[in-house]
Design a protein around this ligand. Structure first.
Ligand SMILES: [Mg+2]
Length: 232
């Protein structure tokens, strides 16, 4: 089996991300302390779902969704300071230091010696570019694709443009819904590397019986997993 190209997700695959969202969400619950936490969380999730189509993925959309949720819960009049605090929380997320996950640096160096590496991520363009630069991993990638959605067509296009087609590519990431299922639909191998928390909108059932599916507990094992398939 020829494998030429490895696609990698960014958030929660190469560096911590969801934990930063969870911390901000906890702060948001505190801000609206007069309301029940479960109610705030449910309302925020609903507003986020509605807004994904409008704002896409990322911190800016999340910040707007927090503002909108606060407006709804406080009948259009959030207490003084709440909006200011939400905006500050959003800015702090954008300024948060990038912390790569264990083993990422070594795994990517090894993979980049043999394969074309392509970063495939959703999120805000500026924010993802900032995180990639801060991670020090930028030079290892042959290409970076910041996309508005990850579906079968995305992987068809990305692996045709930057590699030799999806059939000869592997996609690895923490989201079954975004990194695994559509990559397998496009004909690629796909490896799920779970992160310890998953955003509600990314939860899906993994295709455990598919011959091109793999599950790894760490990116450290990815080079060996790919080498086995390449030799088969
Ligand atoms: Mg991810």
């Amino acid at each position: 089996m020829t494998i030429t190209t490895v696609g990698l997700d960014a958030d929660d695959t190469l560096w911590h991300n969801e934990t930063i969202f969870r911390l901000t969400q906890a702060r948001f619950l505190d801000l609206l302390g007069d309301h029940d936490n479960a109610l705030i969380e449910a309302r925020l999730a609903e507003v986020e779902r509605r807004n994904l189509r409008l704002y896409g993925y990322g911190i800016k959309g999340f910040t707007l969704s927090m503002i909108e949720t606060a407006m709804e819960l406080c009948e259009g009049e959030p207490p003084p300071g709440v909006l200011r605090e939400i905006l500050a929380a959003g800015r702090e997320m954008i300024a948060h230091p990038v912390e790569t996950l264990p083993g990422v640096d070594e795994a990517l160096h090894r993979l980049s010696e043999q394969y074309r590496l392509v970063l495939v991520t959703k999120g805000d363009l500026l924010d993802q570019e900032r995180k990639l630069a801060a991670s020090g991993l930028g030079d290892l990638f042959a290409a970076v694709e910041i996309v508005s959605e990850k579906d079968r067509g995305t992987y068809d296009r990305v692996f045709a443009r930057h590699g030799t087609g999806a059939q000869e590519a592997v996609m690895a990431g923490n989201s079954v819904k975004s990194d695994v299922i559509p990559a397998i639909e496009a004909g690629a191998f796909a490896v799920h590397i779970p992160y310890h928390v998953t955003w509600a909108h990314e939860i899906a059932e993994p295709p455990v019986d598919h011959p091109r599916f793999g599950l790894l507990d760490s990116i450290t094992h990815l080079p060996a997993w790919i080498a086995e398939r390449a030799q088969a």
